[in-house]
Design a protein around this ligand. Structure first.
Ligand code: ZN
Ligand code: ZN
Ligand code: FE
Length: 326
């Protein structure tokens, strides 16, 4: 097994390289995340497992030494799977509400634990859903990568929120919440502590951001009421997605927080969802212009897509209340 980081000098970022890593073997009859399996056992609501074939590990071996500008570092870190429920099928909009609450609490605990390791600089939490983005395992789960470096996308957000703070004296994200609330047109859902909107600057057709209204940089700073409201907001966003077309919508969900150590008071915890569909039967690909140049093209107006999501949320809620009253 090899787990190493290789430096990409063109982009100034690390590539996580591992070999001997296989995809988890599984069949529907032997889902590794169902209760009663060798790794899972019984009596849990939400379960954290070590990834059996991790991209990063605590005792990594490298395949070679650094040479010149070709830097190699050990691929130190943790890769975990968070199994969100005992049920084999489902999504954040169908899990029992208690599971959602417990899910967020478990993420908070993991962030605390993982950041105690001084070699860990960043805890990246994400959820991939749907075969269209390579996830064939339907058992509801998220992943955590505890990384020995700050991810490039976060580096960019930190830099821009710091320069915003220096220039204007307020938080970039709090400013975005204020602007979205004034414009109203792109808001999908709001509760006392969270707001979900399709941002003015969206790159994916149905991209949705979920920001806490109170300013805090890291997930571990969330309070009890906010845990409840975040669970509610996640459920509503995913319900809108799953009511948009006549199928359960694939998406990536990422949680953006400040790095483990250091002072990042100008940063603001938030969640970003990127579904890859642009219509019922078409994907939006990150193709030549997007991937090769990082120039995203948006083929409609974000305000119109937000309207579609609001309607989808309403029809999802109507269906849910109809099934309760039956
Ligand atoms: Zn299962
Ligand atoms: Zn803020
Ligand atoms: Fe972000």
């Amino acid at each position: 097994m090899i787990n190493e980081l290789r430096w990409n000098p063109l982009l100034g970022c690390w590539v996580v390289v591992s070999s001997g890593r296989r995809v988890r073997p599984w069949r529907k009859a032997t889902c590794p995340f169902c209760p009663g399996m060798p790794e899972t056992g019984y009596d849990w609501k939400v379960l954290v497992l070590d990834n059996k074939y991790p991209a990063l590990r605590v005792k990594p071996k490298t395949s070679m030494e650094s040479r010149d500008i070709y830097k190699v570092e050990p691929g130190y870190g943790y890769c975990k799977v968070v199994v969100e429920a005992g049920e084999h099928e489902g999504d954040l909009d169908t899990l029992p509400f208690d599971n959602l609450i417990e899910y967020i609490r478990v993420l908070v605990e993991e962030c605390k634990k993982l950041c105690r390791d001084d070699k860990i600089e960043y805890v990246a939490i994400f959820r991939n859903k749907g075969e269209a983005i390579g996830v064939s395992l339907t058992h509801p789960h998220s992943q955590i990568y505890a990384l020995p470096f700050i991810p490039p996308r976060i580096v960019v957000e930190l830099k821009n929120s710091e320069s915003h703070y220096r220039r204007y004296g307020d938080c970039l994200f709090c400013r975005i919440v204020k602007l979205e609330k004034e414009d109203k047109k792109r808001i999908i859902y709001e509760n006392p502590s969270f707001i979900a909107f399709l941002p003015f600057f969206a790159m994916w057709p149905y991209e949705v951001h979920v920001y806490p209204k109170r300013h805090f940089p890291k997930l571990v700073e969330i309070n009890d009421e906010e845990v409840n409201d975040l669970a509610d907001a996640l459920r509503k966003v995913v319900s809108a997605y799953n009511s948009l077309f006549d199928f359960s919508l694939p998406y990536m969900m990422t949680m953006h927080q400040a790095p483990c150590g250091g002072e990042y008071e100008y940063y603001h915890f938030h969640i970003e969802f990127y579904p890859i569909h642009r219509s019922r039967d078409k994907f939006k690909y990150a193709a030549g212009i997007e991937w090769g140049f990082w120039v995203f093209t948006y083929d409609d107006l974000p305000e119109k897509k937000a309207e579609e999501l609001r309607k989808a949320l309403k029809s999802g809620l109507d269906k849910a209340s109809a099934s309760i009253h039956q």
